[in-house]
Design a protein around this ligand. Structure first.
Ligand code: MN
Length: 433
């Protein structure tokens, strides 16, 4: 057993001996250390390498204090991150600190760590959590206003919107990891507002750029999560694409909200960036204007903070990929522009006594900013298809075509700190079956 010095993994001066970890344009510096699942067990990503944590434990790389923690061994060998998310925060903090110690430049453990590393290019990262429940919010004021104004020009924002974080229960079974192809859904659509409907492949397939977060410590059925404590119940964050069939959605969404228009597939990025790694990138929020209503006390968070994550969406057609044409940037925005914070979404979800569990996924809803270029879905970006975009091969897009790949990227940047990235969240559209 080893006794490792305590290291602050968020120290911006830390550098690593692992290949790629000090690349200023990379996503995975030593200050990130996101968790994922590789070869059916828990792993951590750094630079261009992946370390399986169960193997690291058996190789005696962790301190006696950490290695003797109850449930540590079984949580690191599990095929999902749920048990890791259930570990006490203090144990997770120690794990992260000791990992930073192993990877830090000058680490005496380097010779014992190096043989265990996998090349990230060969290590296929799997679905990170066994997701028990999935809820999708609608927390961007810009998105809600844009979409509302298309369908209700005189009354874009419903009276509840600034009082209650609106959401719907999504489908956990169809959540897939980045890189999984998505089959174009079939469904009921109408040619005019009143029908009659026909059944067939969706013609208005869209993506939604979102940020998701996984619950760590949950709450008992019948109890609540205080909004001031809610951040500490979040294990980590990922990128989310909430694929959406707009023509199906339009016909089915009233009166109970989205159903089959959304639950055919949801893509998540593979590496879960811990809430701790994001703490240097928290910013004041959410911004409420002088005319906005007061937040009800149970949602009022004096520390109310958003995370400044730059988010980008790219599209490449099958032809572009075949001809080596770079993906076309469709939008760029920031998660800091959300009206409701992750803590408010989680506290609201549990405010009726609904029990949240480790590995539950909550997604933000489409992240749209104030500018046209920061609108987070094609519905808004092409304004219902009336303002088509031009891809790198000259082809026009109103909605997604078969063979299109949607690629979402996210990263945090701040002066004087290494950039923290999320890797990518991608999927190719396959023809309807
Ligand atoms: Mn959504």
């Amino acid at each position: 057993m080893t006794t490792n010095p305590t290291i602050d993994p968020n120290d911006p001066a830390l550098r690593s001996w692992v290949p790629g970890a000090n690349d200023p344009a990379g996503d995975f510096p030593i200050q990130n250390l996101p968790y994922g699942i590789v070869e059916g067990a828990v792993a951590v990503r750094i630079g261009e390498r992946v370390l399986p944590l169960g193997e690291a434990l058996r190789a005696g790389l962790f301190s006696e204090e950490l290695a003797s923690e109850e449930f540590l061994a079984e949580s690191l060998d599990a095929p999902f991150l749920n048990l890791v998310a259930e570990l006490p925060r203090s144990v997770r903090a120690l794990l992260r600190s000791e990992l930073a110690g192993l990877f830090a430049e000058g680490s005496s453990a380097r010779a014992r760590v190096e043989p265990l590393l996998r090349d990230a290019a060969d290590a296929v990262a799997e679905l990170p959590f066994a997701i028990g429940d999935y809820t999708d919010f609608y927390a961007s004021l810009h998105h809600a206003t844009n979409v509302g104004s298309m369908f209700r020009p005189t009354n874009p924002l419903l009276p509840n919107w600034k009082h209650v974080p609106i959401g719907y229960h999504g489908r956990a079974s169809s959540i897939v990891v980045s890189g999984t192809p998505v089959v174009r859904p079939c469904g009921q659509t109408v040619a005019s507002d009143d029908g009659p409907p026909s059944f067939g492949p969706s013609k208005l397939l869209d993506y939604e750029l979102e940020v998701g977060f996984f619950v760590g410590e949950g709450n008992e059925l019948g109890s609540r999560i205080d909004v001031r404590e809610a951040w500490r119940h979040i294990f980590g964050f990922c990128l989310v694409n909430d694929w959406s069939a707009r023509d199906v959605q339009k016909w089915e969404y009233q009166p109970l909200g989205p159903f089959l228009a959304k639950n055919f597939a949801t893509t998540v990025s593979a590496w879960v960036v811990t809430a701790e790694a994001l703490e240097p990138f928290l910013v004041a929020g959410p911004m409420r204007g002088p005319d906005d209503p007061q937040t009800l006390p149970y949602l009022a968070d004096p520390d109310g903070r958003n995370v400044d994550i730059t988010l980008e969406v790219f599209i490449s057609s099958a032809r572009m990929r075949a001809e080596g044409i770079a993906p076309t940037l469709i939008s760029r925005g920031s998660f800091k522009d959300m009206f409701w914070t992750p803590a408010q979404m989680l506290a609201h979800h549990a405010s009726n006594g609904c029990n949240m569990a480790a590995g539950d996924l909550l997604a933000s809803g489409t992240v749209s900013g104030p500018e046209k270029e920061s609108r987070g879905c094609l519905l808004e970006r092409t304004w219902r298809g009336t303002e088509p975009l031009t891809l790198g091969d000259g082809a026009e897009r109103r909605f997604l075509q078969d063979g299109d790949e949607v690629l979402i990227k996210g990263f945090c940047e701040r002066e004087g700190r290494p950039r923290i990235g999320f890797g990518s969240c991608s999927g190719v559209v396959l023809p309807a079956r």
